[in-house]
Design a binder for this molecule. Structure first.
Ligand SMILES: Cc1ncc(COP(=O)(O)O)c(C=O)c1O
Length: 410
């Protein structure tokens, strides 16, 4: 008899974005004439940078010739890409890394989902609320939680509310946590973490021998030079933090798939008796067993996104998205809404008017303006009463949204 992993059955049937897709599909069936614009799912819309396209074309050419053909690449990624990452993303921020601390992958979602495998089943997990659902759901699947409560939270997980009252920076957990997920710039609130806030977290992790899983998928969107882009800008972070970065939003790779995870050699977890174990070799062991890296063509494209020309082109695309973020923030603020984020992150976190629930506002906006947003309650109990607007829509679609909401307000 094949038994099931019962932990999977604790999860609701639908992932948040499948639920949104279903509700939008139902709306479309009833209103086939409606031109729906999505500010919902955080997917990019602008084409790849020309330097990336050129590098990928060259890589395809190489693959077409016997002398320059590439088969399986190294599990941990090609050195040319790891070098480019260290040089572009870390050295200018004063961070030194060794090549074997950088692991190339096909996405941060998978890395965030998979990394928990190297930790024991009894680790206590702490997450911000609202939260990117992947951190929670993968720990549910791994059996690190109890049942799902009515408010959508799981027994055994520590939820750290992020509200306007604490500037969306969670307080330290009141009880001991072993694995702490932090995401900055934050999805969904658009908040960033100051150096001081990150120092507090690093000190706490060192004191408690816990590990911070730092999701920096949106680091490229930080405009304020005082805000750390990498957690390794904080002293001592290499002993207690893993960092996840992705080319999805920094170079438009959501459909190409490339990311990387930094697992420093100083990072330690512990045996039950308290003796230390280095995490880096275990992650290498996991990846080399279950993963065969990312295509040569993709890695050449990613390296080009970090080259001088590609990087400038990607910055222009990021600026396009951030102009949209600014326009959306201003327009909704002028209409009397309270908005957060949207300055160092491509997300705007907006309070629903008159205490409306997140899903009620979602349906109202869809019905009245044919605009899709993401209900904040889908990211956690503390997200109730908020919606997330994504700035990744095309500028023309942002024009459309602004026209429609201004029309509605008349
Ligand atoms: C906070 C956060 N982390 C990770 C990811 C996943 O990125 P990737 O496309 O690299 O899997 C996303 C994607 O939306 C995200 O919002």
């Amino acid at each position: 008899m094949a038994t099931i992993n019962e932990h999977f059955l604790k999860l609701p049937a639908n992932y948040l974005f499948s639920e949104i897709r279903k509700r939008v599909r139902d709306f479309r069936t009833n209103h086939p004439e409606a031109h729906i614009i999505s500010l919902g799912i955080g997917d990019v819309t602008q084409p790849l940078a020309p330097a990336v396209v050129a590098a990928m074309k060259r890589a395809v050419e190489e693959m077409s010739k016997q002398e320059t053909f590439h088969g399986y690449g190294p599990w941990e990624g090609y050195n040319f890409l790891r070098e480019a990452i260290i040089k572009r993303d870390f050295n200018p921020r004063g961070v030194e890394l060794d090549l074997d601390e950088v692991f190339i992958s096909d996405g941060s979602k998978c890395d965030l989902a998979n990394l928990q495998e190297v930790f024991g089943p009894d680790n206590v997990v702490a997450v911000a609320d609202p939260v990117f659902p992947v951190y929670v759901d993968t720990n549910v699947m791994a059996g690190r939680t109890g049942e799902r409560r009515e408010n959508g939270q799981y027994e055994g997980i520590i939820y750290m509310p992020c509200t306007p009252g604490n500037d969306f920076t969670p307080e330290l957990p009141g009880t001991h946590a072993d694995l702490v997920y932090l995401c900055y710039p934050n999805n969904p609130t658009g908040a960033v973490a100051t150096k001081e806030a990150l120092e507090t977290w690093i000190n706490h992790a060192r004191e408690h021998r816990s590990i911070i899983l730092f999701d920096a998928a949106y680091a490229a969107y930080i405009a304020d030079p005082a805000i750390p882009q990498s957690i390794y800008e904080i002293e001592g972070a290499k002993e207690v933090a893993v960092e996840f970065r992705s080319f999805s939003k920094s170079a438009g790779f959501t459909g190409i798939r490339c990311a990387y995870t930094v697992v420093p050699k100083d990072l330690q977890a512990y045996h039950g008796d308290g003796s230390p174990v280095a995490v880096n070799p275990l992650w290498f062991r996991r990846q080399s067993t279950k993963f065969n890296s990312v295509s040569y063509i993709t890695q050449r494209g990613a390296a080009a996104a970090l080259g001088n020309e590609g990087w400038k082109q990607c910055q222009q695309t990021i600026a396009t998205y951030m102009r949209s973020a600014d326009r959306l923030c201003k327009a909704f603020t002028n209409l009397g809404y309270t908005v957060y984020g949207g300055t160092d992150a491509p997300y705007i976190w907006m309070e629903t008017p008159d205490g409306q629930s997140s899903w009620d506002f979602f349906h109202w906006l869809l019905d009245k303006a044919h605009v899709v947003c993401t209900p904040g309650s889908g990211f956690g109990a503390a997200g109730e009463g908020f919606v997330r607007l994504s700035a990744f829509a095309t500028p023309a679609n942002v024009d459309g949204v602004l026209e429609r909401i201004e029309e509605l307000a008349r």
